[in-house]
Design a protein around this ligand. Sequence first.
Ligand SMILES: Cc1cc2nc3c(=O)[nH]c(=O)nc-3n(C[C@H](O)[C@H](O)[C@H](O)COP(=O)(O)O)c2cc1C
Length: 170
Amino acid sequence: MTPTELLLDRASCKSYTSEPLLPDEARLIVQAGQAAPSGMNRQPTAFLAVLDPAIRDRLSRLNAAVLQTKTDPFYGAPAVFAVLADPSASTYLYDGSLAAGQMLLQANALGLGSCWIHRAREVFETEEGKSILKQAGLPEDYEGIGFVIAGHPATKPAVKKKTSLTGWLV
Ligand SMILES: Cc1cc2nc3c(=O)[nH]c(=O)nc-3n(C[C@H](O)[C@H](O)[C@H](O)COP(=O)(O)O)c2cc1C
């Protein structure tokens, strides 16, 4: 697929096989997030890459608790990335969201499924969430922006029709 086709082909994947990600695949996904533009190039983002099944499951439980459900909000995906950002940077929310977007696209380029999963802010406001950040050597006062889950699709998701308003002045 050409790069343009890859951009247009992305779709959120909500079912995964248990096949783990290779460390190199995980690194390339994080690199795509790090490569994102940021306001004044402050790069206020931080990335947590979780391939360890026990920690992945703890994050899943914390996320499910926010939703008040017992089902896995990560749809069985073996790899979970969290994008966080320093809220003292005025553009932190935009910077973090853009980084997550690039990670979703990189996963697609690698032939993997991916999806943005919400509630990262609430998860990393909890003591357990902060302790996971501490264990990874990340600042505990950064705000969770979003989770990017990735893995091998159990079924390839269909690309949805997009109808956002567009005004053309040519
Ligand atoms: C900010 C944001 C939050 C989202 N949160 C969730 C979520 O918590 N759980 C989920 O299954 N999908 C979540 N999604 C994925 C959307 O459901 C998905 O992007 C949307 O349905 C469009 O489908 P597409 O990504 O295949 O184009 C989120 C997407 C965004 C951008």
